[in-house]
Design a protein around this ligand. Structure first.
Ligand code: TNX
Length: 538
């Protein structure tokens, strides 16, 4: 099967090569030192890697060609060219004439084959003369591009040729994710983060093939998304955040910009409006929503569980209908997250009634409902999804209803947990989560939840203790890199000792991206020309 794919792809490649043949003026083959593709610092680890020990030289005589009759492929090619330009300051033409003779090509090819029928699967064939990236979808090609980016050295080798040249190890990579849902969550409610911050987070996450960003858009301390039919939500509810800082919110235009940016990175945005608890900011804005019997006041502390919507009023559901409608209309992804956690002052029967009503609203607006694990106590559809964060019992209830589960166990995946007693920022109510503990567990076998019921893994970043992007990066990195491997790579390909070395080698990339990661002393970080700080001590 691989053979036929290769043959077909090579035919395409050959035609592509012919097109440029008139420009090609064969030069002497460069003698690269031997390489080993299997030892490259790829994260997440691909399914299968076969080294052939030679190298492809990326240089100014390289061009990118792509399938052009299927939407998305040339954009993926351009994405690669843009990243090469920022990383190496090298211009690589995409489906275009070149001013210089082309000697080597990168071909991004739409291929149809059985191995590639999963939409994120891709194959990379790297030889001395060409790099062929096969995928049946532009999304798969985009994932493959991330692998290729990671194979391009930060530094050129200036001894091999007159021009600067970056050797890429030759061989074959066959890859496909273990979980289709590889998520992260950002709480923009406790502290607000700007569109620019969110975009930078998307850049970093997508480099590691994470494909879902869940935005926690409302909580007691703030409402962060413009709702045109209920303007006070952001005017009043968006004006505060934890610690008395300024707050803020996304206009619908801002949100659309994030969604579009995410889409360009083949990432799905999941909007969350947390209810019936965690709703103080909404109730301050519109007091008729409030159901806890007290007059709601703006709140800048970090307690949870004191607020609730009034679950008995029709007007509350009319309000929720507007909110879900407006957000769903600008959310292309299939999901709407209704929160549902820690509704400690909502009576159990009211909570159940509420979740069942809201599920219908979400479905009416064409979305699939997700909620934190508590929602499984309501009588809801098997199509709704439960996000496991603390309760094995709730997970079992969800399984009995035939629901899928997203794994976000607090003691393993909460990015807001401190690394250890001395690390800055974060809480520790669930656990201290050092870098190894975040990585060394098996989602496929967690709490007896069968693999076929697991939608994927998601790492939430709650923001009570962080108020800017540097602090966000400190908690998220490097742990989120481990979650990317936990959700993309199969169990047999995961090993802490091996991961640890590949992680250490992410430092040049993280430093170049100006990521203020927590330089855990458990990792022997690689120094780079960008290194910005001393390694922190435990
Ligand atoms: C629990 S996890 C919460 C959040 C807090 C977080 C802090 C969950 C569904 N609810 O409201 O921000 O702990 O770690």
């Amino acid at each position: 099967m691989f053979k036929s794919v290769v043959t077909r792809a090579l035919t395409v490649l050959y035609v592509g090569a012919l097109l440029v043949a008139c420009q090609v003026e064969k030069k002497k083959r460069i003698n690269f030192p031997p390489t080993d593709l299997a030892k490259e610092n790829l994260i997440p680890k691909p399914l299968k890697v076969v080294p052939t020990n030679k190298a492809f030289g990326l240089d100014r005589y390289t061009a990118i060609y792509t399938t052009q009759d299927t939407q998305g492929f040339s954009e993926v090619g351009q994405f690669l060219a843009d990243k090469i330009k920022t990383k190496l300051d090298l211009d690589v033409p995409v489906n275009a004439e070149s001013d210089v003779p082309i000697e080597r090509i990168i071909y991004i090819n739409k291929a149809d084959s059985l191995e590639l029928d999963s939409h994120e699967a891709y194959q990379l064939y790297i030889t001395q003369d060409s790099i062929l990236l096969n995928s049946s979808t532009a999304e798969g090609a985009f994932r493959g591009i991330q692998t290729l980016r990671q194979l391009i050295p930060e530094e050129s080798n200036d001894t091999l040729a007159e021009q600067r040249i970056w050797p890429i190890p030759s061989g074959k990579i066959f890859d496909n994710p273990n979980f289709g849902f590889r998520g992260s969550m950002l709480d923009v409610a406790r502290h607000f983060f700007s569109v620019e911050d969110v975009k930078k987070y998307i850049d970093l996450l997508s480099y590691y093939k994470i494909n879902v960003l869940h935005l926690h858009l409302s909580d007691d301390q703030g409402w962060r998304i413009e709702i045109k039919s209920w303007p006070k939500l952001t005017e009043i509810g968006g004006s505060t955040e934890v610690g008395g800082e300024a707050g803020g919110f996304f206009t619908q235009e801002d949100y659309k910009e994030i969604v579009a940016y995410a889409a360009k990175h083949y990432m799905t945005i999941i909007p969350e409006i947390d209810m019936p608890g965690h709703t103080n900011a909404a109730s301050v804005s519109y007091p008729f929503l409030n159901g806890n019997g007290k007059t709601p006041k703006l709140y800048e502390g970090t307690r949870v569980g004191f607020s609730t919507f009034d679950t008995a009023k029709d007007t509350v559901y009319a309000f929720i209908d507007d909110v879900v409608r407006e957000i769903s209309a600008i959310t292309p992804g299939p999901y709407f997250h209704i929160g549902g956690d820690e509704s400690h002052v909502t009576k159990k029967k009211d909570f159940i009634y509420f979740v069942e009503k809201v599920e219908k609203i979400v479905q009416k607006h064409g979305k699939r409902m997700i909620g934190w694990d508590e929602i499984a106590s309501a009588n809801i559809d098997s199509t709704s999804i439960s996000q496991y964060w603390s309760s094995g019992d709730n997970a079992q209830k969800a399984l009995k209803k035939g629901m899928k589960v997203i794994l976000s166990p607090a003691k393993k995946t909460y990015l807001d947990m401190q690394y250890d007693t001395l690390s800055k920022h974060g809480l520790h109510w669930a656990a201290y989560i050092p870098v190894d503990s975040a990585y060394v567990w098996t989602p496929e076998e967690y709490e007896g939840i069968p693999m076929e019921s697991i939608l994927g893994v998601e790492a939430p970043l709650w923001s009570e203790t962080i108020s800017n992007i540097d602090e966000l990066e400190y908690l998220a990195f490097p742990r989120v890199i481990g979650y990317s491997e936990l959700s993309w790579s199969i169990k047999e390909n995961r090993d802490w000792e091996n991961f640890k070395v590949r992680l250490a080698n992410q430092a040049p990339y993280l430093d170049r991206m100006d990521v203020k990661y927590y330089a855990s002393p458990r990792i022997d970080w690689k120094k780079s020309k960008y290194t910005y700080k001393e390694i922190q001590k435990d």
